[in-house]
Write a protein that binds this ligand. Structure first.
Ligand SMILES: NC(=O)C1=CN([C@@H]2O[C@H](COP(=O)(O)OP(=O)(O)OC[C@H]3O[C@@H](n4cnc5c(N)ncnc54)[C@H](OP(=O)(O)O)[C@@H]3O)[C@@H](O)[C@H]2O)C=CC1
Ligand SMILES: O=C(O)CCC(=O)C(=O)O
Ligand SMILES: [Mg+2]
Length: 437
């Protein structure tokens, strides 16, 4: 049985609202209009204002190549009747320069007001310094689903023998888990306090080295789990997928990851009238048009083996934040690497969506015009589909597929391909444009 509240249908005909949000330092463009959502539909004007964050490290290189592809795809698809009105907003290094802050309020306001945005990667130091700006954006905007489709493009070199069998979409819970940042440094008074509480009051007797232990907390909630699993099931219903796999390590983390599994099955039963498959716990949902969607579960370590040995048995994956982070890079490697792995951070209730590449800032390649821009380009392709601009999205896929088949590729593919032509990041973007339609 299908719920009706998402994925969000689009309506490209309605007139935009006229109110303009106020900013400290940004002047919004006057020649575009806002995307907005009401009555569960996304309303996209012909000249939508879309905020973008260029990103750190390789961000400026891949953004320049991608923006060229996006503008060309829209122009080719709609012959000048539609156009993206880009609005730069700041986070990371560039925000330090512009605002002397890592994540200015202007940026959060812009994404909230304009509803659909796209970003490049942002740097996060390990072991100290600022907490992740990527995670902060997801948490502060409550973008609870990180949606990462992974599939193979013909001709892309891969470390596995049948990469074409990989066609999965990861729904990674984006707002909870150890990413909540509740952790206490070894030796700090807070750490001591929490350790004493655990040992003296809660009877914890398995902290192996209590005098030198850092502590982290892993919050997993019923609400957080259920809204994520609901989004995955709705997506499966809407797009014709045949299974949703709940991935967890519930045998060890019984009350967090184990509860994720149980709450996931509860959603299937309570919201979609699912029935036990062969006595359970697997569930089967029958959609309004008579299709069957299996909701099943796999333990996370086994899943990392299964995606290599039986990739064709998996379709949509719903999992918690850390598992999703690991699985998305591992799966991306099977289809050619994180240079070609797109993603989106979405709140399916509010419609707010921030599209972004799966990879990071790859600092050793920054400014070299070298890396593969496909990840952010395909994130834009997802963005166009989300907006209902499928013709532009189709042109991007056509341009990318043809360019790869011509063996004109960036270093990451060229090093593993016979007789390929090595292109710079910008040249690869231009080749995609040449090959559109
Ligand atoms: N969402 C985000 O903004 C994310 C940010 N980060 C942050 O990025 C920084 C660097 O992280 P790091 O762990 O080095 O991971 P990265 O993803 O930045 O890079 C790791 C490796 O992946 C390959 N790679 C990455 N991007 C591309 C690309 N576009 N084209 C081709 N190959 C690519 C390169 O491999 P090779 O050298 O083998 O070719 C690169 O050395 C950290 O601060 C991290 O926190 C990390 C992940 C996501
Ligand atoms: O925020 C970061 O630095 C890492 C994020 C990350 O790895 C991801 O989004 O997959
Ligand atoms: Mg990651």
């Amino acid at each position: 049985m299908a719920r009706t509240d998402s994925p969000i249908p689009t309506d490209c005909t309605r007139k935009p609202m006229s109110t303009t949000p106020s900013f400290d330092q940004i002047t919004p463009p006057t020649d575009g209009a806002r995307i907005r959502k009401d009555d569960d539909a996304l309303h996209v004007p012909d000249r939508p204002i879309i905020p973008f964050i260029e990103g750190d490290g390789i961000g400026p290189d891949i953004w320049a190549a991608a923006q060229n592809v996006f503008d060309s795809a829209v122009h080719h698809a709609y012959d000048g009747d539609r156009e993206i009105v880009w609005m730069e907003v700041f986070a990371g290094g560039k925000a330090q320069d512009e605002y002397n802050e890592w994540l200015p309020q202007d940026t959060l306001t812009a994404i909230e007001e304009y509803l659909v945005a796209i970003k490049g990667p942002l740097t996060t130091p390990v072991g100290g310094g600022i907490r992740s700006l990527n995670v902060a954006l997801r948490q502060q905007l409550d973008l609870f689903a990180c949606v990462r489709p992974v599939r193979h493009f013909e001709g892309v070199p891969s470390p596995v023998s049948e990469p074409e069998l990989v066609d999965m979409t990861i729904f990674r819970e984006n707002s909870e888990d150890i990413y909540a940042g509740i952790e206490y440094r070894e030796g700090s008074p807070e750490n001591e306090k929490i350790k004493r509480f655990l040992i003296d009051e809660m009877g914890a007797d398995t902290i192996r080295f209590p005098d030198s232990t850092a502590i982290g907390v892993k919050p997993i909630s019923e609400e957080g789990t259920k809204r994520l699993v609901r989004s995955a099931i709705d997506y499966a219903i809407e797009r014709g997928h045949d299974s949703v796999t709940l991935v967890h390590k519930g045998n060890i983390m019984k009350f967090t990851e184990g509860a994720f599994r149980d709450w996931g099955y509860e959603v299937a039963k309570e919201d979609y009238d699912a029935e036990d498959l062969d006595g359970g716990p697997w569930q089967v949902i029958t959609t309004d048009d008579g299709r069957e969607i299996i909701v099943k579960d796999v333990i996370a370590d086994a899943m990392l083996q299964q995606i290599l040995t039986r990739p064709n048995e998996y379709d949509l994956i719903a999992t918690m934040n850390l598992n999703g982070d690991y699985i998305s890079d591992a799966l991306a490697a099977q289809v050619g690497g994180i240079g070609i792995a797109p993603g989106a951070n979405i709140n399916y209730n509010t419609g707010l969506a921030l599209f972004e590449a799966t990879h990071g800032t790859a600092p050793k390649y920054a400014g070299m015009d070298k890396v593969n821009p496909s990840s952010v380009i395909l994130s834009g392709e997802m963005m166009f589909r989300y907006m209902g601009w499928d013709k532009a999205a189709d042109l991007i896929i056509e341009g990318l597929e043809t360019t790869i088949k011509q063996k004109r590729v960036t270093y990451d593919f060229e090093r593993n391909m016979e007789n390929a032509t090595l292109l710079k990041c910008s040249e690869f973007g231009e080749a995609i444009v040449e090959n559109m339609g």
